[in-house]
Design a protein. Structure first.
Length: 249
């Protein structure tokens, strides 16, 4: 069993939605295997199904002056921020497939989110950053203690349609955390966003670069989902292998 791995550089959020739409349609049709997309976005705010407008703190005029667009999406969760230095992952996964922990005809969405959290927790530990879940809150957090509060390293919000997932996670690697001041991230007022760059020890166990983060996320995704990761050069190669003379897998 494989998971296709598609890696892009920095693409617009609109382009990311287009890529997802094509992959979702192909996965529902059984034309491709499960697929993980890794990319970055320019600064953008996205609102989930449970969003509250008041959690966008910046004015429309300010966001417009910065070239920041706001998108309403069908994922779960509240408002979140994407931007440079943040690794965004879109897993297009059929929950009816042969997945670890599946007890019925499909893996439950909550169980799927827990698996994504596990991927990211392991990735943070690859960099020497101890991370955890917090009961009642989706995402991945640093481990606080005493007067030190937990910081949010990664946000997760997914959508499921006909058993196929979309949207996914955002891991702060070298993100400019000042941009989170534009919003109340995920509607949470008592914890702040943080990043691998800020949390690694000196010297770091592994340099917090986007390349290293992509490699670790890909490896850990394969481990947690018990699949072999298969790198694909382009969206066209994945969707139209016969046209490009590529072997169909």
């Amino acid at each position: 069993m494989i998971v296709n791995l598609l890696q892009f550089g920095r693409v617009s959020y609109a382009e990311g939605l287009r890529i997802q739409a094509e992959l979702i349609a192909a996965r529902k049709a059984g034309a491709i295997a499960d697929t993980l997309v890794l990319l970055e976005h320019p600064p953008v705010l996205t609102m989930g199904r449970n969003s509250h407008q008041e959690n966008i703190l910046a004015s429309e005029e300010f966001l417009r002056s910065k070239g920041v667009e706001v998108y309403e999406t069908n994922r779960g969760g509240d408002v979140t921020y994407h931007g440079p230095g943040q690794l965004v992952g879109y897993p297009i996964v059929d929950l009816r497939g042969d997945l670890p922990g599946k007890k019925g005809p499909h893996l439950g969405p909550v169980d799927f989110v827990r698996m994504l959290e596990e991927v990211l927790i392991r990735t943070c530990r690859n960099f020497g950053v101890q991370a955890q879940r917090i009961k009642g809150r989706t995402g991945v957090w640093t481990i606080g203690g005493g007067s030190v509060l937990e910081g949010k390293l990664a946000a997760i919000g997914v959508h499921v349609s006909q058993g196929v997932t979309s949207h996914g996670f955002a891991l702060n690697v070298t993100t400019d955390l000042r941009d989170f001041q534009w919003i109340v991230p995920c509607g949470i007022t008592d914890r702040a966003a943080t990043s691998l760059e800020l949390e690694v020890e000196d010297p770091p166990l592994l340099q917090p670069t986007m390349e290293n983060a992509r490699n670790m996320v890909s490896r850990n995704f394969g481990t947690v989902f018990e699949r072999q990761m298969l790198a694909v050069e382009s969206l066209e190669e994945l969707l139209h292998p016969a046209i490009l003379g590529t072997e169909v897998r």
